[in-house]
Design a protein around this ligand. Structure first.
Ligand SMILES: [Mg+2]
Length: 321
C-alpha cells in the first residue's frame, strides 16, 4: 500500500526543504520569498513524462536529478543563480516506495551539489504515466539577465563543453547504437545527468550579448536566437566540439552534435573584440568554450564544412548540397 499524500510530504519532501527557511517546513499553504535587493527573480518550469522524456527503467535517482538539472540549465542560460524549486509528482498506484525514496535521494544529492533547497511540493495519483514537474526559481542582478534577443551582427558564436553526447547516450540506451563500454557509460551519463552550466552563465553576464541552453539541438536552439535577434549565422561543422566517446560513433556524431537534443550546454554570442576574455574564462572554469561560427545579417542558418561548402540534413543524414 502506497503511503498517503501527507505521509509522503512529511517523510520524503520535508527533509528536502529543511535548508530553505522560506519553505516553512512545508507546514504552511505556500512558501515565502524575500525578493532579493537589486535583483530580479527568474522563473522556469519543465515537465517530464515517463516514456517520453525519460525511460521507465532509468534509475529513479537520476530521473530526479535530470528533472532538477534541466531546469537549472534554463537558469544558467539566463545568467541566474538558483534559489530553490517547487516540485510536483504525479505517481501511479504501482509506483513503489523504493522508487520514490531513490527519486528523492537523487534530489537531495543534487541540492547539496548546487546549493539549493525545496520550497514546496505536491503529489497526486494518476492513471497515466508518471509525470514530474519542477519550477526552478533563481535571481539575477536587475537588468543583467542573458537574453536570446540581444545578439548582434558580427558576434562570434560559442558553445560550452561537447555536443551530441546526450542524443548519442539516448541511442545507446535504446540499443540503436553499439559502442565500447567506456563510451557507453560516458554517453549514458551525459544523457541522464546533464551538467547545468551555472558558473558559466554567471560569468557571461556583461560578456555575452545573448545566450540559450541547448535542449533541442544546436541548430534548433540557435534558430531561436536568430529569430529573436533577427539575424542569420554560419556554423563551422568541423569546429564542433565532440567528446572522445562521441567520436566513436563516427558519422552519427556530427548529426547528434547538430540536431540531437539533451546536451544542456550553453550556446552564446560574444563580440569579436572579447575573444581573449572568452579564452581566459574557459581556463578559469576548466570548461571548453569553442568558437563554432559567426552571426551575420544574411537571413537563415548555414552549416559549412572545412572547405566552406554548405552541407545540409536529409533523411539519410548530413550531406553536401
Ligand atoms: Mg532552455
Amino acid at each position: 500500500m502506497a503511503e498517503g499524500e501527507f505521509e509522503f510530504i512529511a517523510r520524503r519532501l520535508r527533509p528536502l526543504a529543511a535548508g530553505t527557511p522560506g519553505a516553512l517546513r512545508l507546514l504552511d499553504d505556500a512558501a515565502l520569498l524575500d525578493p532579493p535587493e537589486g535583483a530580479q527573480l527568474v522563473l522556469t518550469k519543465d515537465a517530464m513524462v515517463a516514456g517520453v522524456h525519460f525511460l521507465a527503467d532509468d534509475p529513479a535517482a537520476q530521473i530526479g536529478q535530470k528533472l532538477l538539472r534541466v531546469n537549472l540549465s534554463d537558469l544558467a542560460a539566463m545568467g541566474a543563480e538558483p534559489i530553490g524549486y517547487l516540485l510536483s509528482i504525479a505517481r501511479q498506484r504501482e509506483t513503489s516506495e523504493a522508487w520514490l525514496e531513490s527519486f528523492c535521494r537523487g534530489l537531495a544529492e543534487d541540492q547539496a551539489e548546487f546549493g539549493i533547497g525545496l520550497l514546496g511540493g505536491d503529489t497526486v495519483s494518476t492513471p497515466g504515466p508518471v509525470t514530474l514537474s519542477l519550477t526552478a526559481i533563481g535571481q539575477v542582478p536587475r537588468g543583467q539577465a542573458l537574453l536570446r534577443s540581444t545578439a548582434e551582427e558580427g558576434d562570434d558564436l560559442y558553445v560550452s563543453g561537447t555536443l551530441g553526447d546526450g542524443a548519442l547516450g539516448l541511442k545507446v540506451l535504446l540499443g540503436e547504437l553499439s559502442l565500447n563500454a567506456a563510451a557507453t557509460v560516458f554517453l549514458a551519463d551525459r544523457y541522464r545527468r546533464p551538467q547545468p552550466r551555472l558558473a558559466l552563465g554567471r560569468a557571461l553576464r556583461g560578456l555575452a550579448h545573448a545566450a540559450i541552453d541547448i535542449s533541442d539541438g544546436l541548430l534548433a536552439d540557435l534558430g531561436h536566437v536568430l529569430e529573436a535577434s533577427d539575424l542569420g549565422a554560419e556554423v563551422w561543422a568541423d569546429r564542433l566540439p565532440l567528446s572522445l566517446a562521441a567520436r566513436e560513433a563516427a558519422d552519427a556524431a556530427l548529426e547528434a552534435a547538430l540536431a540531437g537534443g539533451d546536451d544542456y550546454e550553453l550556446l552564446f554570442t560574444v563580440p569579436a573584440d572579447r575573444r581573449a576574455k572568452v579564452v581566459r574564462l574557459a581556463s578559469e572554469l576548466e570548461l571548453p568554450l569553442t568558437r563554432i561560427g559567426r552571426l551575420d545579417v544574411m537571413p537563415g542558418l548555414r552549416v559549412l564544412d572545412a572547405d566552406g561548402q554548405p552541407i545540409h540534413l536529409d533523411r539519410t543524414g548530413w550531406t553536401h548540397f
